[in-house]
Design a protein. Structure first.
Length: 283
């Protein structure tokens, strides 16, 4: 095998509570992650010379900050692998959207190279490498719906009902760092147990995103998109924004909402995934 095609699905945070802050500045969170059957696609092409290269420049992302390159280089340095890779990224997920695009890309590189380079690393090992790249990377390696705590790395599998989602993409890029460091952010939500999630999901209080009010104030376009989608169902922001979403029971219901989308808004519909498409590339 010399070439591997690797999907990199988006994620949604079905809720997001900020419950504290560590001494190193990282925030303590509780959230439920759900993967979507919509995202980026990577093509990994094996190189025998040990070089790690990307085939296309990513606007605004220098090679030193490219999580795909960093993921491949981390695997090389930790395993001593002498092989290389050309990474071609077909980018669909917006940057600064809260859909986990860069983290998902990095996780798919870790999973894909585990197979392409025949590294035979365990899922737990890959999750630990992923955490060194970013707090959202481990959940994509984990590869299924998850209740997450800590900074997002303490994961427990959770069963979610089938759903379709309408996801709107406001024309802004939200800085995660700026939002989490904002003095107006509250960081004292009550800690819940995973067993409380099914009860909480039926209440607005239990399903809130603690960052949503602040982002809506700072980015009026996010507030505008929330207001429009809220006509059709409970609408929340994912991650630190800017994307917002609502869940529907059927594809037809989601499609009906998308058909009403105003001309000055854009978005997509996607089905919730129970397992990552690359789940079987690690054990």
């Amino acid at each position: 095998m010399n070439v591997l095609i690797c999907p990199a699905p988006a994620k949604l945070n079905l809720f997001l509570h900020v419950v504290g802050r560590r001494v190193d500045g990282y925030h303590l969170l509780q959230t439920v992650f759900r993967l979507l059957d919509y995202g980026d696609t990577l093509r990994l092409s094996l190189r025998a010379d040990g070089q790690v290269r990307r085939t296309l420049d990513l606007p605004g992302v220098p090679t030193s900050d490219d999580l795909c390159l960093r993921a491949a280089q981390l695997l090389q340095s930790e395993t001593g692998c002498q092989l290389g890779v050309d990474i071609h990224l077909d980018k669909r997920l917006p940057m600064g959207g809260g859909l986990g695009g860069g983290s998902s890309d990095a996780a798919s590189v870790l999973l894909g190279l585990n197979r392409l380079w025949d590294l035979r690393l365990t899922r737990q090992q890959l999750q630990q490498f992923g955490l060194r790249l970013g707090a959202d990377v481990p959940v994509f390696v984990f590869g299924q719906s998850a209740f997450a705590e800590g900074i997002g790395e303490a994961l427990q599998a959770v069963s979610l009902p089938p759903a379709w989602y309408v996801v709107l993409v406001p024309p802004v890029s939200v800085s995660t760092q700026a939002i989490f460091s904002h003095p107006g952010l509250t960081r004292d939500s009550k800690i819940i147990k995973m067993a409380d999630f099914s009860e909480a999901e039926n209440s607005e209080a239990g399903m809130r995103n603690d960052l949503q009010a602040l982002v809506s104030r700072e980015y009026p376009e996010v507030a505008k998109h929330i207001a429009w989608l809220s006509q059709y169902g409970k609408t929340r922001m994912t991650g630190s924004g800017a994307c917002v979403f609502a869940a529907f029971d059927t594809e037809q219901a989601a499609h009906a909402v998308m058909a009403q989308l105003p001309g000055d808004m854009r978005g997509f519909m996607a089905r919730g995934l129970d397992r990552h498409p690359l789940h079987d590339l690690a054990s």
